[in-house]
Design a protein around this ligand. Sequence first.
Ligand code: KIV
Ligand code: ZN
Length: 389
Amino acid sequence: MNRNIIVLDTTLRDGEQVPGAKLNVQQKVEFAQQLKRLQVDMIEAGFPASSEGDFQAVQEIARSVGDSVSITALARAVKSDIDAVYHSIKLAQNPFIHIVLGTSNIHVEKKFSRSKDAVLEMGVEAVKYAKTLLPQVQYSTEDASRSDFEYLWKTIEAVVKAGATIINVPDTVGYAVPEEFGELIRKLNERLKNLDDRVILSVHCHNDLGLATANTLSAIKNGAEKVECTINGLGERAGNTSLEEVVMALKVRENFYGCQTQIKTTELLKTSKLLTYLTGLDVQVNKAITGDNAFAHSSGIHQDGLLKDKQVYEIMSPEEVGGESMELILTARSGRHAFKNAVEKMGFAIGDTEDFERLFQKFLTLADSKKEVYDHDVFYLVTNHRAHD
Ligand code: KIV
Ligand code: ZN
């Protein structure tokens, strides 16, 4: 059975909460336009009650890309936040209000200092109010993964009865592990489908233990229909689920429970680079999919294998994510095969075996004295060798 997984990008809301990632209105619109080209299904454009600038940015995004992408923005369970969301997104074709309220004991006791029933009632009232403004309402049970299961379910049941159309289950502090999170989603999905099978079950993971992608995949396996992600995994603390990782995991492992997304993967790298350019926040070089080294091969054994057949060491091609063909980095560990390939790519004919061997030894001497050997080094090496040998 084929299942389409809905992708919501929250780079402009959860991602933008990161210190140093603040963007102006124009930059946010530029990024949202790129998200549209990437073909995300939904964009969470901001938190409009937080500032006038955020309100304006959400409004501009709704105007400029809301014709084809579903737009939402975040509200706490209070009328003024919900009003701000409604007024900022109402011009989009398919807008929905996103309400968040904690369900874990620690949130109920420490954040709200109210009884569990009183907090639940706040959530129900908020959903009822949001429903008077728009037909689609998402409810996030903040800190769901650390919540008492029966209270979590009681909340979900009540807000669905009040009209919530999407239930989002966040692992707010990145505490969950894949098996346990998958089991939580399986149990919630079973009950939710019995209650109202039109309600969409969504997940939102954080990466505090480096498990956001694994937890999201485990949730998909167990019935999640929608995933919330950010580009480059940007987000609070260690970040959110990285959109490019989940999308490519589903694509590369095409039999992953029959799930796929509508993301145009050839736009992934461009989107990542645009975010780096706009925020000035670099991506770690070994970051999966979007890091500078994600498709670079430097060991001789690997380079030799790749030159024989790319699939020997490549599970996806850089072209699939919008990059250029695989990059072989020449270092002292590169073998004859990779060096010969670099020389020939520059248009030099390889001489006889002995001549090539002398040239290769010069390359090794140079590579030993440098970390990496670039094209201009190879060019100099060959021309100098030709002139003197
Ligand atoms: O991490 C979280 O719980 C959130 C909610 C607003 C979904 O960002
Ligand atoms: Zn979050």
